[in-house]
Design a protein around this ligand. Sequence first.
Ligand code: CUK
Ligand code: CUA
Ligand code: CA
Length: 642
Amino acid sequence: MKNDHIPTPNDTTVWGRRRFLNTAALAGLTLGTAACADKESGGASTPAAPAAAAPQAAHTGASAHLKPGELDTYYGLWSGGHTGDLRVLGLPSGRELLRIPCFAPDALVGWGITNESKKIMGTKPDGHLRYTVGDTHHTHASYKDGNYDGRYAWINDKINSRIARIRLDYFVCDKITQLPNVQGFHGIFPDKRDPVDPAINHTTRVFCGGEFSIPLPNAPTEDRARYQSLFSCVDAETMEVRWQVQIDGNCDLVATSFDGKLAATNQYNTEMGAHFEDMMSAERDACLFFNIARIEAAVKAGKFKTIGTSKVPVVDGTRASNKDAQTALTAYISVPKNPHGVNASPDQKYFICAGKLSPTATIIELSKVLDWFDGKLAKIDDTIVAEVELGLGPLHTAFDGRGNAYTTLFLDSQVVKWNVDKAIAFFKGDKTANYVVDRIDVHYQPGHINASQSETIAADGKYLAVGCKFSKDRFLPVGPLHAENEQLIDISGEKMVLLADHPVRGEPHDFIIFKRELLSPKQVYDLDHNPLAIKDAKESGVFRNGKKVTVKMTSLAPTFSLREFKVKRGDEVTLILTNLDKIEDLTHGFAIPNYNVNFIVNPQETASVTFIADQPGVFWCYCTHFCHALHLEMRSRMIVEA
Ligand code: CUK
Ligand code: CUA
Ligand code: CA
């Protein structure tokens, strides 16, 4: 399907002379209209590009369709966007298998209702949730030897600067940490190896980029000179914030090197502007690198400050602090303009930073960054081995493990496949190096992109998922709110082939796709998972301590162990429910009408709720999760005496 108001790569009148989007062009920009063409065209022009591939291109036999009962071969972890959850998809089918609530309440699980989930989410002194909104963008999983090890995933909440950890054995969120003195926590990436001790070959840290600059500590001032951003390091096991780096400019997306030595974030606001026209006033911004071992040595040596009431050590990574490469904690590499996205190539050699307002991608060679830190390379910008034109609005890049990169072009509504080595050759002067391999139209305005196993050493170049921000006409109309369109592309051949459209609820930003063999989730809880577990139905009962009442109950299809229980009006009731069913897939629910209680207990799981019995009467507590032929009959009766 062609989008005829969007210039195609063959449209040379547009293609040949565009270089940077300027302020006027962007201010007048309407989505889907590539208003651009700044005259400033000092850079290399793009070599002849093949026409956008039609979906009917030579088919490799890959299909998104699975026969009934067939299992997917890949897991996908998808950010849920402002539903505050993480979604688990099976690929290539694109079937949604699970939503894991993290930052916002969830009525199926009882997330934000049970005491266990409220403790993870965080409560105010009155016991109510501190936050009930979330905005997740990026999810990444823990690594071992350069590939996913199936232990954890992490996901960010941009609104309240929280990071959640998901246990990949039970597929549940088990910890949430709020970053101190950070607003707009955006990019996130785990490290892949220890920078000092290479024997530690798995993830031990998670890096978090703070996008918005704020006064440190926060105070009501318009004085921009007092606004700064922090880059944070969270311990993968304890989930405590280990350290932060104060920087100039902002953080956005985050990438990490395979050797554990480097992390980087793209910076679109090196201008430190408060308004968009200020934020895009400079022709170049930066990709900011962090020398992890040096930062940790500085923390160890006590060369840090703390900010406000936070006890987290904060080291100085501002431009003024690092004039000397051999002691610098950070390195600011100049990239054009308002870059978006920084991605690590699976050959472990490069970070690729997409230009967004520049039609280019910048390739930074990591060994050269290390050389600069070691004093062996005089100019930090000499770490750039190529800066090549790709198309309009490049945002994010994925890899196939065969030397090709795939970059989303937001304004062109395309994905461009390009060869990294040829791009470097082209930039070095070999104008015969045709680095653009293929282009495909996507529908529409793509943001994130990821390929199967993309940012691991096991990138396998099979599937590419593209998160399209606009679906426009691709699905049945359902009123003003449109689904987003996640598209699946077969990248096993030379040409990309569009396999499927998937409507998704708004709005996933980022996702990872990996082989199903890398995970072996548990189907049944361990009773000891929760210390409150009631291991025998005979322990059930109502236990009173003054006005505090504990109701202990078990479930075993189709019964709850207490057929009725009595409490008194005004009691603070804590109800503990253990599901004694051991059979896989046998989940029960527990709802109390008029008391805002509903939660589930999976096989051998225990959960508890606490509420004030403030309404007298009879309340039929019932099972909300279809479990048995007598599911509707599976009830208990709460009698609240006046
Ligand atoms: S950002 Cu959404 S498309 Cu938050 Cu990862 Cu680039
Ligand atoms: Cu138990 Cu339905
Ligand atoms: Ca900028």
